[in-house]
Design a protein around this ligand. Structure first.
Ligand code: ASP
Length: 411
């Protein structure tokens, strides 16, 4: 996996040396992204079905009861951190409102719609569209139903349940084998993406919004290197080893700007960090969809940036409102490139700020999305690690019936 790091460094060098000409390497990156996307839907579906069956309902409830509060608390901290850093750095001061932003701000769906849309009306459509929350919902429903069949008193029903589980386990195994193959190609893909994006970003865009980018990186830096280590220490997880083990997932998140696209690598990193499959296979797919600490920092920084531009003094009441909406908007943000811009327009609307400024930041979103996504993915693995640690003390702790990833994921 050291090869991914090498691919990244080479990509940076090629991008800096050749500028926009490095774009010839783009197809290599596109191929990598397509391969990752190809595997994500079956991976989530099968991994969740199998992992629901490998844990008892009590255990799942307990894990869920720990991971969701963790997501909400760390996300709220991240919004506050974003606000605080931006108040120190003052990225908006000195900038003027853009006359006309060429960026179209997408319509923000209401919170209720987001919730209702989780339940699919047509499961095949959801699978085909890659609606991840609906797929997670489907996987949980199917997983629990298979589990009930397996524990039925009727022998015929039991057999059918076992058959379905065997089928899902076999499918999950083949998915992981394909994934191992894709990861062999990862270094070249990472090189292609990095060289292209570094080569394409003109220094001018970066400079004019330099303070905004700096505040974003600083906020994420504090979350990643102060907040997360403190949480890990609290749960007695060795911090340096943890970061070393998850390095590849961080780099993949950085270059792909997609928590979901990174999920296959995130699962692998969790194994390397010795997080049990039982906890990782359940929490990481969910985390990649709902836990967005980096995006939350994005919203905090963005709001102060906009308020400074229009000269709007944020009162305590408004700030509290922003923390609440920011947390919910982060939960609703999809783990795909650029999704944070939609969440940001929700927060801006709520705070009464002009959403044209979202368009202004869109110019540097490629650069900031990289670090926000890295923070999103790191937060997911930190959550899995601490929940796993807290699960160790349970006397009913037992290893999965079948370790679906052991055979192919132990490189
Ligand atoms: N790109 C981010 C992710 O996939 C989401 C965002 O845009 O904030 O995690």
């Amino acid at each position: 996996m050291l090869k991914i790091t090498t691919g990244f460094i080479l990509g940076v060098i090629v991008g800096l040396l050749f500028g926009p000409a490095a774009g010839v390497l783009e197809p290599f990156g596109t191929l990598f992204l397509k391969l990752l996307k190809m595997i994500v839907v079956p991976l989530i579906l099968l991994t969740l079905i199998v992992s629901v069956n490998n844990s008892n309902p009590k255990e799942l409830g307990r894990i869920g009861g720990k991971i969701f509060p963790y997501y909400l608390i760390t996300t709220a901290i991240a919004v506050m951190l974003g606000i605080w850093i931006a108040k120190l750095v003052k990225p908006g001061v000195g900038l003027t409102m853009p006359g006309s932003a060429d960026f179209e701000v997408p319509d923000a769906p209401s919170a209720l719609d987001v919730l209702l849309n989780i339940v699919p009306t047509n499961i095949f459509q959801s699978l085909a569209n890659g609606d991840i929350l609906s797929i997670v919902f489907l996987a949980l429903v199917v997983g629990f139903s298979i589990s009930f069949m397996r524990h039925s008193k009727d022998d015929g029903m039991k057999d059918k349940g076992e058959l379905l589980l065997n089928f899902s386990e076999a499918g999950s195994e083949v998915t992981f084998r394909i994934l191992s193959g894709i990861l062999q190609y990862a270094p070249i893909g990472v090189l292609g993406i990095t060289a292209t994006s570094i080569g394409n970003q003109g220094f001018e865009t970066l400079l004019s919004l330099g303070k905004y980018v700096a505040a974003s990186y600083l906020g994420v830096g504090i979350q990643m290197f102060i907040v997360f280590p403190l949480i890990l220490l609290l749960f007695k997880v060795p911090v340096l080893r943890f970061f070393k083990n998850i390095r590849e997932a961080m780099i993949t998140a950085f270059v792909t700007c997609s928590s979901l696209g990174t999920l296959p690598v995130t699962l692998k990193a969790a194994q390397k960090a010795k997080i049990s499959d039982r906890v990782a296979n359940f929490t990481l797919p969910v985390g990649a969809t709902v836990n967005m600490n980096g995006s939350a920092i994005h919203f905090g920084v963005g709001v102060v940036f906009a308020a400074d531009i229009v000269g709007y003094d944020l009162s305590l009441g408004v700030i509290i409102g922003i923390i609440l909406t920011g947390t919910l908007a982060a939960v609703g943000t999809a783990g795909v490139p650029g999704a944070g811009l939609i969440g940001m327009s929700i927060v801006f609307t709520q705070a009464g700020l002009p959403i044209e400024i979202v368009g202004l930041t869109a110019g540097v979103n490629v650069i900031t999305d990289m670090i926000f996504t890295t923070c999103n993915v790191t937060g997911d693995i930190v959550g899995a690690a601490v929940v796993d640690k807290s699960e160790e003390k349970h006397s009913d702790y037992n290893e999965p019936v079948v370790d679906i990833t052991a055979k192919t994921m132990t490189k």
